[in-house]
Design a protein. Structure first.
Length: 618
């Protein structure tokens, strides 16, 4: 009972009260008292259905399940089938309660994400005092003070302290993430221990938590084609069965002099059976449950229409850097000519002292010692080539082969894949350094899982050179790859691949700001949410919150399972309804059997849809 809300507890109380009154009415012999108890039992459990039906009639929405139940039960009273009238409403409400409970449970898996919204932010002022503000009031550059157990209110960078963050509400993963000085942190994470000071990098409306909440609030409004079909189907189906029931009640007695009471009873049975609850609820619930299951796995899908599109995937196109690889460059090889490896690295690191280029950062990180800046002077950065400087009074050039050619230095080619940084001192070649991007630990698993799903049209796009692209593609088992591409080249390539049939969807997976146009262009754009740019996240249709490419296969498996469940529910509900309608029209079904068939089909369909809420999608 603890998991039930106040409204659900009231419904249970009404069901129990109505059942007790029904039992008393059946046991008491006095007809007048028994009739009053039947009426009381009926109104206790069904007054809201009668009110909804009346209000909908006034609004012009006549043909819905409330109207069907109201007319069927009132008709049963009219032909003096009092126990059946009450039982129909009682069982119907019991079935509705179960369906509402199931819907709330599936909704909870999505609305749990709403709890990531921080209620306040503690700001440390210049004089050391603490000011508590709403997240919306915090400015870029402010210093957040986050105590153990508190949520990080805005995205930013750690400027003081060490801790581990609980990011399970964002990524679906329960393992804490260690953070320290200069690490970027995301809003919605929970600080598990230690005091953190964080410099705010984005205002609240641009923060990760704000974007996620916006995605969640809008995701359920985007219906899949299957959901829209069911809505249209019900709008034609319900009036048709009401007219059929009316004809069933009138034509046989008028034309064949049948028993009026018998044919009215059959018509009422026909109405109860025809109630489209199983279809109207179970199919949308299937998609709603899928959205909830995806969020549990750290995957945000922006609507049921993208669940449907994922299930039709035939081609997956990956951006390389930041998607299949970590996007973090590391020194992978040192090839000195006339000096030691350590000396080669030292020269390059000193030359790159004042540069924030990712290549420069990787060299400085590998060197790891503090750089004596007094040793370097006359720094000149040549765009697209590298850096020239004086180190210890000597002319040093650090860069690509273009820089070496510019100064007529005979450089050595390298067979290793990656970015090659050449080094010369006083125009004498000293060797080169290989810098490469590291493949994510689950990228190979992602490719293998997609192939297991019979998706073999896999493509990798990159701006890197051919050798770097080939090495990554070979390691991952991707046969088709395109290299040395600019952002517009990627867009043109995806445009060409989009010329396909309506049920052969193309997915593009990327992370960077230059991927945003391609993400928006593709049938389904999938972005990496943990370190991906906000432009990419906004342009995409699916966001993988922990940047694990293997989650794409999880999303596709879930989508295929969802479509299978939705189709099962449609076939099952329509099939059983058709058989029951024929039985009711021929007089082989009673009102009791009708309501059990209706509620039973609805409950089974809902239970089938609820299978999608499994924590792990296999």
């Amino acid at each position: 009972m603890k998991s039930l809300d106040k409204g659900q507890k009231v419904i249970i109380l009404r069901l129990v009260t109505s059942l007790l009154l029904l039992v008393l009415a059946l046991l008491i012999g006095d007809k007048t008292t028994s009739f009053i108890l039947f009426i009381g039992s009926y109104l206790v459990v069904g007054y809201d259905i009668l009110l909804k039906s009346f209000r909908n009639i006034l609004r012009g929405r006549i043909f819905d399940e409330n109207f069907l139940m109201a007319i069927a039960t009132i008709g049963a009273f009219f032909i003096k089938e009092y126990p059946e009238a009450v039982a129909v409403m009682l069982l119907y409400q019991a079935g509705e309660f179960f369906q509402d409970y199931a819907t709330d449970k599936s909704r909870k898996s999505i609305t749990d994400l709403m709890n990531i919204k921080p209620e306040y932010a503690n700001i440390e002022k210049e004089d050391g005092s603490i000011l508590t503000l709403k997240p919306e009031e915090v400015k870029v550059g402010d210093i957040l003070l986050v105590k153990p157990g508190e949520k990080i209110a805005l995205d930013g960078t750690v400027v003081e302290g060490v801790s581990a963050l609980d990011m399970s509400s964002l990524t679906g993963e329960s393992i804490p993430v260690d953070v320290c000085l200069r690490d970027e942190v995301l809003s919605g994470s929970i600080n598990t221990f230690g005091l953190l000071k964080i410099k705010v990098g984005r205002i609240y409306e641009d923060s990760t938590v704000s974007k996620i909440l916006d995605l969640v609030e809008n995701s359920v409004s985007k219906k899949a084609k299957t959901e829209r079909f069911i809505s249209r189907f019900s709008s034609y189906y319900t009036p048709l069965v009401v007219i059929s029931a009316l004809l069933l009640a009138l034509i046989p007695p008028l034309l064949f002099q049948g028993d009026w009471k018998d044919w009215i009873y059959r018509a009422l049975v026909f109405l109860v059976i025809s109630c489209p609850c199983a279809l109207v609820l179970s199919v949308p619930l299937s998609f709603f449950s899928a959205l909830g299951a995806a969020s549990k796995n750290g995957i945000l899908v922006k609507g049921g229409n993208f669940i449907e599109a994922l299930a039709q995937t035939k081609t997956v196109i990956f951006d390389k850097t930041g998607t299949l690889t970590k996007g973090i460059f590391k020194v992978s090889a040192l090839h000195p000519e006339k000096i030691k490896k350590r000396e080669l690295l030292e020269i390059a690191a000193i030359a790159e002292t004042y540069s924030d280029h990712p290549i420069s950062l990787s060299l400085k990180n590998e060197y790891y010692k503090p750089v004596d800046t007094s040793r370097i002077s006359h720094i000149q950065e040549i765009a697209g080539h590298g850096i020239k400087a004086k180190i210890d009074g000597k002319d040093v050039a650090v860069g690509n082969e273009k820089l070496m050619d510019m100064h007529s230095i005979n450089w050595q080619a390298c067979s290793h894949a990656g970015t090659i940084v050449h080094v010369s001192v006083d125009k004498e070649y000293m060797g080169h350094i290989v810098i490469s991007d590291e493949i994510k630990k689950d990228s190979k698993e992602a490719i293998d899982q997609l192939k297991a799903l019979n998706i073999h049209d896999l493509v990798m796009l990159t701006g890197d050179n051919q050798s770097s692209a080939k090495e990554v593609a070979d390691k991952l088992g991707i046969e088709d790859y395109k290299y040395s591409l600019l952002p517009n080249d990627k867009a043109h390539y995806v445009e060409e691949r989009l010329k396909h049939g309506p049920k052969e969807k193309v997915i593009f997976v990327g992370d960077g700001i230059n991927d945003a146009p391609v993400l928006a262009l593709s049938d389904v754009g999938v972005s990496m949410g943990l370190v991906g740019s906000h432009a990419a996240i906004e342009a995409s249709d699916v966001v993988i919150m922990d940047d694990m490419p293997s989650k794409l296969a999880t999303a596709i498996r879930l989508s295929k399972k969802t479509m299978a469940v939705a189709k099962q529910n449609v076939v099952f509900a329509i099939g059983i309804k058709f058989l029951a309608l024929v039985a009711g029209a021929l007089g082989f079904a009673s009102l009791w059997m009708a309501v059990i068939a209706d509620v039973g089909v609805s409950v089974l369909a809902v239970l089938n849809a609820m299978r999608l809420l499994s924590k792990k999608v296999k």
